[in-house]
Design a protein around this ligand. Structure first.
Ligand SMILES: [Zn+2]
Length: 279
């Protein structure tokens, strides 16, 4: 029953998007409209006297007679399938975390394009994460079974966790060489990790459980490399007041461009950030 309710709300949101934004031209018009409504004219002219051609990603200011490209220099810089990007943002605006495969099917883009959209948006959200709780990436080991560039050949993807825990232990033992001399083993101390989790406050435990549930249901499994990106998306999904409709688009438009290489090189740290859902 719960699933039917969730699915019908999802269908509602998706229908609303399809009704309003049918093409990349519609997407550009919607973006201009959001600029216009937020009085962001970029050029600094005090009188808002602009015009915009249908489907164009720039507007003309009649006061200074200049053209302004509204995605230029932002996280949406140079994107081709603008409708797909706005769809991904629209779903997040309404609290839905959907897989790249599902997004690709819905908006008819290549799975790699959908992955790129998701990861870029997650990096934008990551940069908005407040100083927050960091927890061991090992807490999420049960959903980590996708390989990444970081997974050593012929090893299970979870090996990435062990390698990072070991590296973390090495840092700790170099910081406390005398007191922790007995902890210098190269083997990760898994019982310590479990104890950490058992000592976690109930709201943190709940957030971890919700995140694991979301990943199992929609994404099935993730890589350790991208764990932090999924945790950022999770925050966006559950914190509906911080990420109210429009907030993510605004964050994208005030974020510097994110290059493919940055996405490729991103690796979640051994201790990842998790923002607790609002009470
Ligand atoms: Zn102007």
């Amino acid at each position: 029953m719960a699933n039917i309710v969730v699915d019908s709300r999802f269908d509602e949101v998706w229908s609303a998007f399809q009704r309003d934004i049918k093409s990349d031209d519609d997407a550009a018009d919607a973006l201009y409209q959001s600029f216009f409504e937020s009085n962001q004219t970029i050029c600094g002219c005090s009188v808002l006297n602009t015009s915009h051609k249908r489907g164009a990603r720039f507007f003309t200011c009649h006061s200074c007679r200049a053209d302004f490209w509204f995605t230029s220099g932002t996280a949406l810089d140079g994107v081709v399938r603008l409708r797909a990007w706005l769809a991904a943002i629209f779903f997040k605006d309404h609290g839905f975390a959907i897989s790249a495969a599902r997004l690709a099917r819905l908006v008819d883009v290549a799975p790699s394009t959908a992955q790129n959209i998701h990861k870029t948006l997650a990096l934008v959200i990551c940069d908005e994460m407040p100083e927050t709780e960091t927890v061991s990436a090992s807490w999420f080991s049960q959903v980590i079974f996708k390989r990444s560039r970081q997974t050593p050949a012929e090893c299970h993807p979870r090996v990435e966790l062990l390698e990072q825990v070991t590296a973390h232990a090495r840092v700790l033992s170099s910081e406390y060489p005398l007191d922790h001399a007995e902890d210098r083993s190269a083997e990760p101390n898994s019982s310590e990790i479990v104890r950490d989790f058992s000592l976690a406050p109930p709201n943190l435990k709940l957030a971890v459980a919700q995140f694991l549930g979301l990943i199992s249901n929609e994404f099935h499994g993730i890589s350790k490399k991208c764990l932090q990106l999924y945790l950022a998306s999770f925050w966006c999904t559950v914190d509906r007041s911080r990420w109210a409709p429009g907030a993510l688009l605004k964050a994208c438009l005030s974020h510097a461009p994110i290059r493919y290489q940055q996405i490729l090189n991103f690796v979640s740290p051994a201790r990842v950030m998790i923002v607790l859902p609002p009470p």
